[in-house]
Design a protein around this ligand. Structure first.
Ligand SMILES: Cc1cc2nc3c(=O)[nH]c(=O)nc-3n(C[C@H](O)[C@H](O)[C@H](O)COP(=O)(O)O)c2cc1C
Length: 322
């Protein structure tokens, strides 16, 4: 008779689900220390984006997304799961400790969301005009609140217009910065590298050279204007505070929102430029009344085109045994 998988085998399977989380520029800025019964999540700041994300805010959000995947994947396998955020104030890279035990646990209803971890992908193409039903919007708003963050739909034409203008301005400011372009170019990788934004092996050197050397802010801005204007739903995810704990909550909320959306067949993509540019972030906050801190700006909609999965590093590269 085949032996039941050991705790260690289960833990590796759970980390395999965690790393399917989204991350800015697909940097996958995480590391996992495994030793029964704990899985510790650490920030891998060697994968930081100092120009795009000088405070490691998005890096921490990305790790929060991975944490939620880990928790949901464990819960869906009927493990008892407990977690502590930032367990040691002296160790800011230690983002979370998760205890995963075989004690009989009552299945939490959200465990079913784990089924969508693999299907969730960022969709950067145009969405159909089909509206997003209020029931779906409400479910995503509830999902964000469950993690201590908020999701606010940007509904009126005036708000959408203002949002699009800020996105276009963000594109112009980022692309006008040679340092930002250089950083982007260094994360344009071929699929076989297992991370970064995928470019074909054939065009990679030219694409990187073009991004490094030319300000394409105008063209990128027009494309993003078109993508945003044609998206049936724009929404801002934010938090009441703006410290690492809030960024982790934002990440967990983002991932829960994305998985709930995915469960309804909805796709999502990001318009974060005006949040990443410090001089515009306050104006993004004003879109929703100026209370709290904007973390991620999203567009949602439906599209039928197949999406190939973005690459991930082999799980062995992000695991250490204690
Ligand atoms: C915090 C955060 C910020 C992101 N910002 C952007 C962005 O500004 N533009 C974009 O196209 N994608 C953005 N992404 C999506 C990532 O590029 C994407 O998750 C990554 O390439 C992996 O692809 P996948 O989501 O399909 O698995 C962001 C993701 C996260 C978690």
């Amino acid at each position: 008779m085949a032996q039941a998988p050991s705790w260690s085998e289960h833990a590796v399977t759970l980390v395999e689900k965690a790393v399917l989380a989204p991350s800015s520029h697909n940097t996958q800025p995480w590391f996992f220390l495994l030793g029964e019964p704990y899985v510790d999540l650490l920030a891998d700041r060697t994968r930081a984006l100092p120009i795009n994300d000088p405070d490691d805010r998005e890096l921490t959000i990305s790790c929060g997304c991975a944490l939620l995947n880990l928790l949901l994947a464990a819960a869906s396998r009927d493990f008892q799961v407990e977690n502590w955020l930032l367990p040691d104030p002296q160790e800011p890279d230690w983002l979370a400790r998760v205890s995963i035990t075989r004690d009989p646990a009552e299945r939490v209803p959200e465990a079913d969301l784990a089924r969508f971890i693999e299907a969730r992908r960022t969709c950067r193409t145009r969405f159909e005009s089909r509206p997003v039903a209020q029931e779906v919007v409400d479910a995503m708003v509830t999902a964000a609140a469950a993690e201590g963050a908020w999701l606010r739909p940007l509904k009126t034409e005036a708000l959408r217009k203002r949002t699009v203008a800020l996105v276009v301005e963000g594109d112009a400011l980022q692309w006008g910065d040679p340092g930002w372009r250089r950083e982007l170019a260094t994360w344009m990788h071929t699929r076989s590298e297992g991370d970064g934004l995928t470019v074909s092996a054939f065009t990679a050197p030219v694409a990187q050279m073009v991004v490094r050397n030319f300000d394409m802010g105008g063209g990128v801005g027009s494309k993003n204007r078109e993508l945003a204007e044609s998206s049936p739903l724009l929404a801002l995810l934010g938090t009441d505070g703006d410290a690492p704990r809030d960024w982790l909550a934002a990440g967990q909320a983002l991932q829960r929102v994305l998985l709930v959306g995915c469960s309804f067949g909805l796709r999502a993509s990001y318009l974060n430029q005006p949040i990443q540019v410090a001089s515009l972030r306050g104006q993004v906050g004003e879109l929703v009344g100026g209370n709290g801190f904007p973390q991620v700006l999203l567009r949602f909609g439906y599209a039928g085109n197949p999406l190939s999965p973005a690459p991930r590093r082999p799980v062995e590269d992000v695991i250490e045994w204690t």
